[in-house]
Design a protein around this ligand. Structure first.
Ligand code: FES
Length: 160
């Protein structure tokens, strides 16, 4: 999939290097914030500029779950499939999201709009099943409430 240039304009790697005083994780965070993932060509440029082997940058980028080497959707959805959420029907929610947004688990939709991930625990088990949409938690999610959440997401009613 070709990389879409975010609406924010081109990423200024030099500015990030200067602002973060060469702190690799902070720079990677900036790159990911801008592109929603870590593009290979930007990582190569970063390696050149900071004089570190590319493999070292990949080692850090792959160690932290926060970072993604694959293009991510404009909207990020996470469904907790940990034990507490699983017994309350989280798998059905994964299937509903997958069907409704045409996105497979662990993937990004072909139009680049949605990414769907499953996680082991979001740390709020009493609220299960839990769905996170663009950083916002939706607890005690039912197939009916999920439908409303997804309709809002599709219509752009949720926050950007
Ligand atoms: S198991 Fe789902 S939030 Fe903990």
């Amino acid at each position: 999939m070709a990389r879409k240039q975010p609406a924010k304009g081109p990423f200024n790697l030099d500015l990030s290097l200067e602002r973060n005083k060469g702190a690799l994780i902070a720079i990677l965070y900036d790159i990911q914030e801008h592109y929603r993932y870590l593009p290979e060509d930007v990582l190569k440029e970063l390696a050149q500029k900071i004089g570190k082997p590319l493999i070292e940058i990949y080692r850090v980028a792959t160690f932290y779950k926060l970072f993604s080497l694959k293009q991510r959707g404009r909207h990020q959805l996470k469904v907790c499939t940990g034990t507490a959420c699983h017994v309350r029907g989280s798998e059905r929610l994964v299937e509903e999201i997958s069907k409704s947004l045409c996105v497979c688990r662990g993937e990004t939709s072909a139009d680049g709009e949605y990414s769907l991930d499953t996680v082991n625990c979001l740390g709020a088990c009493a609220l299960g099943p839990l769905v996170e949409v663009d950083g916002e938690y939706h607890g005690n999610t039912t197939p009916q409430s999920l439908k409303t959440i997804l309709e809002k997401l599709k219509s752009g009613e949720n926050k950007e």
